[in-house]
Ligand binder design. Structure first.
Ligand SMILES: Cc1cc2nc3c(=O)[nH]c(=O)nc-3n(C[C@H](O)[C@H](O)[C@H](O)COP(=O)(O)O)c2cc1C
Length: 438
């Protein structure tokens, strides 16, 4: 299928293209559903719009938020989204994705308290409500670069990534994994003291926990069958739960499909025919969600797919960037909506947040509303759009839609900056990022 750039002049044209490509993208022009409140435990969220975690490589070397971090969250808070899923925060220094990735410690706790307070203050001042703030706890695994140079800590060697296998010392031992599990609890306790409303044990995008979910051939306690592959996730959740008081939200951002064949990807069928080896098969991810619900009683889950480094078109559909995917962006988007819907339909009681709503630009509110109307998710999560157009939520909620001159163009430059460890933001729409990256 030839590659097609975004050019749709109307929702009808967008819809017709989706139909031509057999892309499943439920649309609704009635955006009122996005203004419906949502109750999550003892919180009432004012609307159905979430800002997905968006890290910016702009913290200080000790892991505190920097000036640009604070600016980003002030803009997000003023923008009106009812939920801010706060970016990846490392649980240990070795697991930082870059030297400027945030890391919450006893020493910088006050800086986080100030930031969380500031987010609430700005939200109340601008919109009359504070957003719910969930902090994402992470270990970057194979993407660890704590001092700037790659220092991968992997679950297993993977020929899709390594031409030559990494030395055994790069593979985290069972003992090291057990130690890292407990670091999630330590960070979670700090997150509660900082004032966050909840903690996400990040299990996506090929960072450590997500990679373990596909460690089919790893020997020992953390590889082989699903209970072993999911052991770290459940132990880290357990460590987190036991460190939090009962009113704190415990959750995860989970990859339900990696986009790699067996035995290297989660959410695919083992021993599938070559033509089916990349077809999502959510049987195992659904078992994981079921166990998460029964053991940890999650009120909310954030669903995502793909890997931002190796198959970014699966993770965040685009039509201009590092490589030209061999699938239509709407087909990629449709894979995401189907995966999200599969989880929501299997667990109607769970508030599922869908990912990757940015690609349809000015038509993304119609997709968000269509997904909500059909009960395919309960909240729509936007990533890149929030960097380009921080007040997008208020425009959807109060101005009837998005301004085409402000929407994210999905050019991928924000992700490119992050990969280089530079302050990541929208260089197209936000002059501040042109200045700091000049
Ligand atoms: C610059 C940048 C930073 C990101 N940081 C995170 C992060 O900290 N945690 C995470 O789970 N996903 C992160 N993501 C992925 C986004 O949350 C989101 O899933 C992705 O951009 C697709 O959504 P979109 O199409 O709405 O942008 C990041 C993406 C970008 C481009």
């Amino acid at each position: 299928m030839p590659h097609e750039r975004f050019h749709y002049g109307s929702l009808t044209e967008f819809e017709q293209t989706a139909a031509r490509e057999s892309a499943w993208l439920p649309l609704s022009e009635d955006l009122s559903t996005l203004s419906r409140p949502l109750t999550m435990r003892n919180h009432t969220l004012s609307n159905r719009i979430a800002i997905q975690p968006m890290e910016g490589a702009d913290g200080t070397l000790d892991g505190s938020p920097g000036e640009l971090t604070v600016r980003r969250y002030e803009r997000f808070a003023a923008g009106g989204a009812a939920l801010i899923w706060f970016e990846a925060v490392a649980v240990i220094h070795e697991g930082r994705a870059n030297p400027r990735q945030l890391m919450l410690t006893e020493h910088n706790l006050d800086a986080y308290k100030r930031l969380v307070d500031r987010i609430r203050e700005v939200g109340i001042h601008a919109n009359g409500y504070a957003p719910l703030i969930i902090m994402q706890a992470t270990h970057s695994g194979r993407y660890s670069k704590p001092e700037g140079a790659p220092n991968p800590r992997i679950a297993y060697n993977n020929p899709l990534y390594e031409d030559t296998p990494l030395p055994a010392s790069a593979i985290l031992s069972d003992g090291e994994l057990r130690q890292i599990e407990s670091a999630y609890g330590t960070t979670a306790a700090l997150a509660e003291r900082a004032g966050f409303d909840g903690v996400d044990v990040k299990a996506c995008h090929r960072y450590l926990i997500n990679e373990l979910l596909s460690a089919y051939n790893r020997p020992g306690e953390y590889g082989g069958g699903l209970p072993n592959r999911a052991r770290f996730l459940f132990n880290a959740m357990e460590s987190t739960r036991s460190s939090l008081s009962s009113n704190m939200i415990l959750t995860t951002r989970l990859n339900v499909y990696d986009g790699f064949p067996y035995p290297y990807g989660f959410g695919v069928k083992p021993y599938a025919k070559p033509e089916d080896e990349l077809t999502p098969d959510l049987s195992e991810p659904l078992k994981v969600v079921s166990e998460l619900l029964s053991r940890f009683d999650l009120p909310v889950i954030d669903i995502t797919i793909g890997n931002p480094y190796k198959n970014p078109h699966v993770n965040r559909p685009y039509d201009a960037g590092g490589y030209v995917p061999d699938e239509h962006p709407l087909v990629g988007l449709s894979r995401m909506t189907q995966c999200v819907s599969t989880v929501q339909c299997a667990f109607p009681q769970l508030a599922v947040i869908g990912s990757a709503f940015t690609y349809p630009r000015q038509f993304s509110p119609a997709l968000a509303s269509g997904m909500l109307y059909g009960n395919h998710c309960q909240m729509a999560g936007f990533g890149r759009m929030a960097l380009a157009y921080p007040d997008f939520a208020n425009d959807i909620l109060h101005s009837g839609g998005l301004d085409v001159k402000k929407v994210c163009l999905t050019c991928g430059q924000c992700a490119g900056l992050l990969r280089q460890g530079k302050p990541a933001g929208c260089v197209v729409r936000d002059a501040e990022y042109r200045k700091v990256n000049a």
